[in-house]
Design a binder for this molecule. Sequence first.
Ligand code: ZN
Length: 198
Amino acid sequence: MARKKKKTAWGRHVAKAVLAVAVAMAIYIFVQRELDFREELAERPLPEGLHPAVEEKAAELVRLSADQGIDVVITDGYRSGEEQDRLYDQGRTAPGKIVTHARAGSSYHNFGLAVDYALRTPDGRIIWDLGWDGNGNGKSDWTETAEIAKSLGFAWGGDWTGFKDYPHLEMTFGLSLRELNAGWRPDDRNGAKALGHP
Ligand SMILES: [Zn+2]
């Protein structure tokens, strides 16, 4: 009886030790994977053009607006950090009026996730007239376009509180600018979730 008891205690001891080793290994593997992933993120280059999904949705916006008798022009898409800084200087250290509040890396344009739009009149002028009703349905063409864009998954700068950026449409894929600057990209959203990232 005493002998059996001793054996069981020893077995439990071994089981505990095995479990402790397994847990330690799992933690080690998890931490190592995390570190490798952070390193990979930090080394990621900036995108050099519009994200394909954004490009596709922008083209769809032009088509759907045309169906409503609205001629939409995409005036701006991807912007490099250099271009963004040049635009930021405008109205500050360079001539012109202020058109952006964002420096390099602080606009979704820099990550290929934003476009700007304008309207084209039948005589070929590009306009930024929020009240224009070219299709004559009693509604602002600009707002109609924004509504179509939102139905396609874009967030509209005209909905922002504070500084409103009426021509601006962006698709964030749930990524903040801080995450994008840290190297996160829309295409790792699913994998990221599986790893338990926000
Ligand atoms: Zn914009």
